[in-house]
Write a protein that binds this ligand. Structure first.
Ligand SMILES: [Zn+2]
Length: 382
């Protein structure tokens, strides 16, 4: 007999989340599944709600980058079975409306009445609870849940498929050069995506040394805009303007216009809310997560390099606080709501290594980061 309640990370007011006991999700439609969440990421756009800058009501469960194990299936689900490991795009889509037909699942008209587009655990994005919880209901599961290989390998890589923003560089052709403005997780992911897709040169603009160091580590040319005009630096190093430009920080529009060749594309990566009003730049995760999954399985992509911390659910309150203040190198946090990652698998070693490297950059550069072994790293996850 399944338990009737579970733990979830709930918004309770500005700058406050609490791990609360809530009702277990139930199948509400034959096409639904219930997923036991193994990993859910905290995203920068969760902070918009966390900080009280949205209309989010207390009680909303956060978490739109989710993966886990299929626990229960509605009778209409045909492609999945109990025990399957799956990852969901942050968009909820029905797979049958006109926009979905055209691959624009971020603007599905069938999942959020009155709006185009739905998501898990996000204000105004429909009635879908987030995955920073032990279980999550996934609607239209055959369409929304992407099957992964069994086991725990690549766990931290796969969860990032849920929100992979890199392919916003639509129309990108291999051999082109790109400038990415902003080297937070989204910007770094865009830069990495450009690398995977064969960019000739990728420039990453930021001011934070450890972010620029990570950019360099994945083969990009770091541009520190505190050491001279970013556009001048890029044009000098590239021998001219770049072909494409990505704004992952929302503060570089002028520079982007200056650095790019005429007639070429300029992209802004929007988060959930901004994507709605801008009607561009939100990613249609469904359109490419299958291919990125296969790159990860083949060992050609390891997006988990952006992960700074892996925690258990009980540490979510602290993690939100630190992530919000950008303390102790909290840049990309993964929650394991059901534990189960205490054993050191190959992928976990890899993740720990990455986390440690990121942290060591921080230690080197700021000298202030302190290690809290009870919170950090998977060795302590139940
Ligand atoms: Zn649709």
């Amino acid at each position: 007999m399944a338990p009737s309640t579970m733990k979830a990370v709930n918004y309770v007011g500005p700058h406050k989340v609490r791990v609360q006991e809530v009702e277990m999700p139930k199948l509400e439609h034959p096409d639904d599944i219930i997923v036991k969440v193994t990993t859910a990421a905290i995203c920068g756009s969760d902070l918009h709600m966390y900080e009280g800058r949205t209309a989010a009501e207390p009680g909303i469960t956060f978490g739109h980058e989710n993966m886990g194990i299929v626990e229960e299936l509605g009778e209409g689900v045909t492609l999945l079975k109990k025990g399957d490991r799956v990852v969901m795009p942050f968009n909820v889509a029905d797979g049958r409306c006109r926009n979905c037909d055209e691959g624009k699942t971020a603007f599905c008209t069938g999942v959020n009445p009155g709006f185009a587009g739905g998501a898990y655990g996000y204000v105004a994005m429909g009635p879908y609870r987030g995955g920073q919880a032990q279980y999550i209901r996934v609607p239209y599961a055959d369409f929304n849940a992407l099957l992964l290989p069994p086991g725990t390998e690549h766990e931290a890589d796969f969860v990032l498929l849920a929100g992979w923003h890199g392919v916003e560089i639509s129309g990108f052709k291999s051999g082109e050069s790109i400038a990415v403005f902003g080297a937070g997780p989204v910007g770094l992911m865009a830069a990495y995506s450009a690398q995977l897709r064969g960019a000739s040169r990728v420039f990453v603009v930021d001011r934070v040394p450890e972010r620029l160091a990570v950019a360099k580590k994945i083969g990009c040319t770091p541009i520190d805009f505190t050491k001279g005009d970013a556009v001048d630096q890029i044009i000098r190093l590239n021998g001219g303007e770049v072909d494409r430009s990505v704004d992952a920080a929302w503060e570089f529009l002028d520079s982007m216009c200056q650095v790019i060749c005429p007639q070429h594309q300029l992209v802004r990566i929007a988060n959930l809310r901004q994507g709605l009003s801008l009607a561009t730049g939100q990613c249609n995760v469904k359109a490419y997560n299958r291919y990125l999954r296969d790159l990860i399985i083949a060992g050609k992509a390891k997006p988990s390099f952006v992960v700074s911390h892996e925690i258990r659910l009980d540490h979510a309150e602290v993690a939100y606080e630190k992530f919000d203040k950008r303390e102790d190198g909290y840049t990309k946090v993964l929650i394991h709501p059901n534990g189960g990652f205490e054993s050191t698998t190959v992928s976990q070693k890899f993740i720990s290594l990455n986390s440690l490297q990121v942290l060591s950059f921080l230690l080197n550069f700021s000298g202030t980061a302190t290690l809290e072994p009870n919170v950090y790293f998977n060795t302590n996850i139940r």
